[in-house]
Design a protein around this ligand. Structure first.
Ligand code: FES
Ligand SMILES: [Fe+2]
Length: 367
């Protein structure tokens, strides 16, 4: 496996973050054994863990009493206890269960005290955390939240894999880097993927979907290795790529009853740094033993090529240069910025967000 890539500290400009949504905080396999794990997501210091009954939790890593990180204290599989004055909290709800200093003469009801606990659910091996708008208080109606995102699956038997890469730039650059079609032949040139010489004109069809856009199902380009591999089944291959706010790219490839699906997210760790996570599931080559390591190897190489390029890009972005987006290759990036802006404005005005796409659009570029 390739060497680990050194990711420098993010020094570039910050960007606005989209709250009231789910973000993958970390791989959930890392939560076990009464351990508390620290993780900063959306600029919020979190402490995550797994109760003895299996349920995972994510709390703000700060005691509501005097602010010491709760991760400095103890977790017995049931309650989190603060190191400073021993207040205990049920970590899924954040509700205080004990304040040791209280006497019979005190009237304070400790169960009225809450540490900040975020809705937290396990999907596809990730701990997904819901971040409400800062200052909006505790999420009372957890059942009323939008569905937790997950990799689409088209059957019960599948294999899955995960990849991750930290990026020292803000989430906008992570996302537009992900949807940018023109960097492929330059950043991802290699014998098994495609080369600069294979650049040719492409025509792709897009349509609006709620809070995003879809590149509609199409016969895939003939020069990319994964599609060639899928082609051995001899049936037409259809691909759909959806981008949905705040940060999700769903790709589904189907060929008869064979399928490959992935969900790639770019999650803000802070206002000027982010992390790419790819979760994939497939039933293609289900019985072939070496496919998982081979797929992981190629996937890892691919993500690392993006990561290395964006680390270099971050060096340039430090000085906040003026940038440009061109038609048609950067049109999806323009749509992303318009969708994000519309959502931020809708949050302020309470009016419905305006969608930048009024109907189907065809884009052309060479890549
Ligand atoms: S600071 Fe946590 S109990 Fe006092
Ligand atoms: Fe890329």
């Amino acid at each position: 496996m390739a060497k680990r890539i050194e990711v420098p500290e993010a020094k570039g400009p910050a960007t606005a973050l989209l709250f009231n949504d789910w973000y993958p905080a970390m791989r959930s396999e890392g939560l076990s054994n009464r351990q508390m794990v620290k993780q900063t997501i959306m600029g919020v210091p979190l402490v995550l863990g797994r109760r003895a009954d299996g349920k995972i939790f994510a709390m703000r890593d700060a005691c509501p009493h005097r602010g010491i990180p709760l991760s400095c204290g103890w977790f017995d599989g049931k309650d989190v206890t603060c190191k400073y004055h021993g207040w205990s909290f049920e970590p899924v709800s954040g509700q205080c269960t004990e304040i040791p200093s209280l006497t019979q003469h005190d009237s304070l009801d400790c169960t009225k005290v809450f540490a900040t606990a975020f809705p937290c659910e396990e999907r596809d091996g990730y701990a997904w955390v819901y971040f409400p708008e800062p200052g909006s208080g505790r999420v009372m109606d957890r059942a009323g939240l939008p569905a937790v995102p997950e990799v689409p699956k088209f059957g019960n038997r599948y294999r899955s894999a995960h990849l991750t890469a930290e990026l020292p730039c803000n989430v906008d650059h992570g996302i537009i880097g992900l949807m940018d079609p023109a960097h492929g032949p330059f950043v991802h040139q290699s014998w098994w993927w495609r080369s600069r010489k294979s650049i040719h004109e492409k025509e792709k069809h897009f349509e609006p979907i709620p809070e995003g856009f879809r590149m509609t199902a199409h016969a895939p380009s003939g020069n990319s290795a994964p599609y060639k591999l899928l082609g051995v089944y001899g049936e037409p291959v259809t691909t759909t790529i959806d981008f949905v706010l705040p940060n999700r790219r769903y790709e589904t490839i189907q060929c008869g009853d064979k399928w490959f699906a992935s969900l790639t997210t770019v999650t803000p760790t802070t206002a000027n740094a982010c992390r790419i996570d790819v979760a994939a599931a497939w039933n293609v080559f289900y019985r072939v033993p070496l496919v998982l390591p081979v797929a992981k190897f190629f996937g890892q190489r691919f993500v690392e090529q993006d990561q290395v390029t964006m680390i270099e890009q971050a060096e340039g972005l430090r000085y906040d240069p003026t940038l440009m987006l061109i038609d048609d290759a950067d049109k999806p990036a323009k749509w992303y910025f318009a969708l994000k802006q519309a959502r931020l404005e809708a949050g302020k005005t309470g009016l419905a967000a305006r969608h930048p796409l009024e109907g189907p659009v065809t884009l052309r570029w060479r890549s």
